[in-house]
Design a protein around this ligand. Structure first.
Ligand SMILES: [Zn+2]
Length: 381
């Protein structure tokens, strides 16, 4: 049975629109319970916001000349339950007005993100309904408990496709995004695991949305997962770099300079994706706790099995399990690993990563390692 963390039937509109002659770029992400409009510009954007009750509108005025109206108006039929339409117009030569025509009461939040990596100045407008839909994790927990009472507790794996939404992850020379490839591989892995008796997989995201790193850890905790596996595909400058690698968390510094660099890159996700909220206290205490409870040993055992199995389908970049300060692995008690499946910067490996057959092989070998871990080391509670 396919069982995913499905927050709502998610409609994702990700239509990047860039005009060479315009400095303003717009992107829209609509995922059921959240609408995010991102405006990107060479210089910092100045704005003001107001609302009207009758008709119910949210008005956003941005100081910019010659805005690419068509690019924004392509999102007009946003089809969110709480936003009917949006409309962009040049109010005067210096003011772009974006009007959100609302269908229900909303909360909104606007924040700026300073330039980082390939991005310039970004203005991010997040809109959520005032009445939030039922917590999807709660429903999921209930369905797991139902299954449990019939068949005993399954070994629950939270599969985490890296990046998503505003954060594309690595980009290949052919402009393929890591976030899309790792979602496909993760879905294959979840399907493979769910077909194995006694195994159960849940995805942290099942579409193109951004999830902050601490939220990914939090999902695994709330579900009381038995293992957490984050799936990535890296890119480096050299097109020759190749091979799979497996990482675990290290509290004592990175195992190699390369592992440190990988963790630094992975940890940028929140800044790239537009997460500005403070970290969870859960994570702040995690590093202090994790080495005391045997979780590091469990993570290393799982990582070792994964690395061994990966050699059946791909060369390995490093023959050892690597360790560094990955934020997404900072779970205090759940064995957590991060798999770099291959380098999308290497044309040969990029071809492999988009190949459905290779994706299936990867999924099978990762699933086998998780089953081996359960059979050999897992103590059911
Ligand atoms: Zn990644």
């Amino acid at each position: 049975m396919r069982l995913y963390l499905k927050i709502l039937c998610a409609i994702v509109l990700a239509l990047p629109a860039a005009w060479a002659e315009e400095s303003l770029i717009s992107r829209l992400w609509a995922t059921g319970e959240n609408t995010r409009l991102v405006l990107e510009s060479k210089t910092q954007l100045h704005y003001s916001v107001s609302d009207t009750e009758d008709p119910p509108h949210l008005l956003l005025d941005i100081q910019t000349a010659n805005a690419p109206l068509d690019a924004i108006n392509q999102f007009a039929d946003i089809e969110q339950p709480y936003i009917r339409t949006l409309h962009a117009e040049q109010r005067d030569p210096h003011t772009l007005r974006i009007t959100f025509n609302l269908a229900a009461a909303i909360h909104y939040r606007i924040h700026r993100i300073p330039p980082i990596e390939q991005y310039q100045h970004r203005l991010v407008i997040d809109i959520t309904p005032q009445t939030l839909p039922e917590d999807p994790l709660f429903a999921l927990l209930e369905s797991l408990q139902d299954k449990e009472s019939i068949n005993g507790k399954p070994f629950l794996v939270v599969v985490d496709p890296g990046h998503g939404g505003e954060d594309p992850g690595a980009v290949s020379p052919n402009k393929r995004y890591e976030k899309n490839l790792v979602l496909q591989i993760s879905q294959q892995l979840a399907d493979t695991l769910n077909a194995i008796p006694g195994m159960q997989a849940i995805l942290t995201r099942n579409d193109d949305r951004f999830i902050p790193l601490f939220e990914r850890v939090h999902i695994a905790h709330r579900l009381q997962a038995d293992a957490f596996i984050s799936i990535h595909a890296d890119s480096v400058k050299s097109r020759k770099a190749r091979g799979s690698s497996v990482f675990i968390l290290s509290a004592k510094g990175a195992s190699t300079p390369w592992a440190r660099k990988m963790a630094q890159k992975a940890n940028l996700s929140d800044l790239i994706g537009g997460q500005t909220a403070s970290r969870s206290p859960l994570l702040d205490t995690a590093l202090r706790q994790f080495s005391q409870d045997g979780k590091d040993r469990a993570s290393r055992r799982l990582a070792t099995l994964l690395l061994r199995n990966l050699q059946q389908v791909n060369t390995v970049h490093s023959p050892n399990v690597e360790a560094a300060g990955f934020a997404v692995l900072k779970s205090p008690s759940i064995p957590s690993v991060l798999v770099e499946t291959a380098f999308i910067s290497n044309p040969q490996e990029e071809r492999k990563l988009i190949d459905k057959k290779f994706q299936q092989q990867l999924a099978k070998t990762l699933a086998d390692a998780l089953v081996q871990y359960r059979n050999n080391y897992h103590i059911s509670n």
